[in-house]
Design a protein around this ligand. Structure first.
Ligand SMILES: [Zn+2]
Length: 207
């Protein structure tokens, strides 16, 4: 197919789009601008997209990393993802986000707001007045955080601090561990003696 043929085809396809679709897309999403720096994916205009869809940057970012199954950070107006994430994948997840948290289900307008009503989040449409509850998922825990510390087992830790009673303090996932007689800065093996909630007591383990 020649370039001219393609353009003609594109023009015809655009003319065939029903009117309501162009009316509904009242906001103009910028083309997603992605580049790769080594093994990092940089979404350069993440902030611009978040502004256009008028959603909280952090919540939008957290949705993206969860759905993309990666880790990442926000760097000013940029979003950085660990690993190489293909652009198509980002576009797909953005589409899912729009359907879940932006578009009105009744009139498809993007002129909506997320408002908290009691314990639920509700998507309210300014165009038609429609509203529906939206599911808000909690951030996924990392495997390290969800792994339960077990009494009688040995773990490798770094003693980050010294507690009021002179014990070494280490952190592991959600746990704070007090280690008898451990000096600050030591990387050591410890034996867990007791676990109470998120607090654990241990002693240095010598092999
Ligand atoms: Zn609506």
């Amino acid at each position: 197919m020649s370039g001219d043929d393609y353009l003609a085809l594109l023009k015809r396809a655009r003319e065939r789009l029903p009117d309501d679709i162009s009316k509904v897309s009242r906001f103009e999403l910028p083309e997603i601008d992605v580049l790769y720096e080594g093994k990092t994916t940089v979404w350069r205009n993440f902030g611009d997209v978040a502004d256009v869809i008028r959603r909280e940057h952090l919540a939008f970012f957290q949705y993206m990393i969860r759905e993309l199954g990666t880790a990442g950070t926000m760097d000013g107006r940029r979003a950085m993802f660990k690993g190489r994430v293909v652009k198509k994948n980002i576009e797909d997840k953005l589409g899912s986000f729009l359907n879940a948290y932006v578009y009105c289900q009744e009139c498809r307008s993007p002129d909506t707001r997320l408002v908290r009503e009691g314990r639920t989040m509700v998507l309210r449409c300014d165009a038609c007045g429609g509203h529906r509850p939206v599911a808000v998922r909690k951030a996924k825990r990392t495997t390290r955080e969800s792994a339960a510390l077990q009494e009688g087992k040995i773990y490798d830790v770094l003693i980050e601090d010294i507690g009021k009673k002179g014990d070494g303090v280490a952190k592991l996932g959600n746990y704070t561990i007090f280690v008898t007689g451990a000096p600050r800065g030591a990387e050591m093996k410890i034996l867990i003696e007791k676990v109470t909630g998120n607090i654990a007591y241990a002693r240095p383990h010598v092999e």
